[in-house]
Design a protein around this ligand. Sequence first.
Ligand code: ZN
Ligand code: ZN
Length: 337
Amino acid sequence: MGPSMRAAVYRRRGELEIVDVARPRADDDLCLIEIDRCGICGTDLHMVLDGWGRPDSIGGHEWAGTVIEATDRSLVGRRVVGGPEEPCGACPHCRNGRANLCAGRDQPGVTPTQGAFAEYVARPWSRLVAVPEGLDLHRAALAEPLAVALHAISQASLATDDRVMIFGAGPIGAAIAAVLADHQHPVRVVEPSAARADLAARLGARVLEPADLPAPGMPMDVADDPADVVFECSGRSSAMERGLAQLERAGRLVLVGTGMAPPAFDPNRILLNELVVTGAYNYDDDGFARALDLLADPGFPADALIEPQPVGLDDLLDTMRRLARGDIAGKVMVKPR
Ligand SMILES: [Zn+2]
Ligand SMILES: [Zn+2]
């Protein structure tokens, strides 16, 4: 048997086992990367706590690390983040420049590709994105969720004077708020959790409680002080419904948070006000490069978005439960070694 490594293996709903597994190997196609940090994503919570995962898989897709073995010796020592998984390149979405919608793409934790809740991963160089000089790996591991946030903003076709409301200041909602604050774009954040509301306020947002929101009666009635764009990042059906009700005529609701319970939308509200409901999935083609540039910018509040203390693999499951309860405001980084 070759060298082993520690990894968090998903067994079944609510169950992660920290075990020794075979360490992946470098070959002519694959570089071996030592993981420095891997962020815990809302998707990981669904995989583990809601049972969406593939049994015996290793999740974790928001990672940063260092290449330690590669056939091309010049790559050894390069600091990288995991970029978008390989799209098929042949489907209509790939050919139309929307590879984020490719259904033939790998997804660690769902497909057999091993994720980074482990000490090492092996990936082709073409799937890695170099970390800019001077950016530490703790911050660089935020590149993936920040790329998701940037894509959500792209999906909103935001104009400079659009009034923006964000539902949910978990990692994606807070990242959207941080990007817009960076552009001096005012935002309102709706967030019931005290820890997350506090984070949103630190990012410069005006924080509202769900109970503060107007509930316009008739489908053609527009709420007082409406929003042109709502980003729904909580995944809760009640927030999706309230978010839609806050829209100005011709407003856009961008669904970013995945949830288990479907919302009840009034179709007449959508019809009479010509509302647009859309989703945001994955990244723009240049999303990782833009995210890493932002993270390397000392003016961008990356530190506010990340919990300062990383957790070990042994604390991963407990931390997932705390994140699902909204007890933790920022992105939690796992330090597998
Ligand atoms: Zn993610
Ligand atoms: Zn494709």
